[in-house]
Write a protein that binds this ligand. Structure first.
Ligand SMILES: [Zn+2]
Ligand SMILES: [Zn+2]
Length: 103
């Protein structure tokens, strides 16, 4: 029983240039890229057939990981789950090293 208003959204707009995003298959599976590529290089990860939240690049903190002493402490943003949007300090060697420090 569906009473929802059917939006029938078959395309998603690029966050950078408003051109439609297109689903592509890469080495690591599907992702969404801008149809204006290569002029626009915006991408989104694939989330069950639709564009997922943007990947946030880890920010290097400039000091070594206290757990493995090989990696570097990096600031990451949690992309899903209860703590979505929160930042924490992790190891650049993740998933090899599971160091994590919540603020
Ligand atoms: Zn674009
Ligand atoms: Zn580490």
């Amino acid at each position: 029983m569906t009473t929802s208003t059917t939006k029938n959204q078959t395309h998603y707009e690029c966050p950078d240039c408003d051109q439609p995003l297109v689903r592509r298959q890469g080495n690591k599976g599907y992702f969404w890229g801008c149809s204006n590529y290569p002029e626009c290089t915006a991408t989104r990860p694939d989330d069950n057939g639709k564009p997922g939240p943007a990947r946030v690049k880890p920010i290097a903190m400039g000091d070594p990981c206290p757990e493995c002493n090989e990696g570097e402490r990096v600031k990451r943003t949690i992309r899903n789950g209860q703590r979505q949007g929160q930042t924490f300090i992790g190891c650049s060697r993740f998933p090899a090293c599971h160091y994590a420090e919540f603020g």
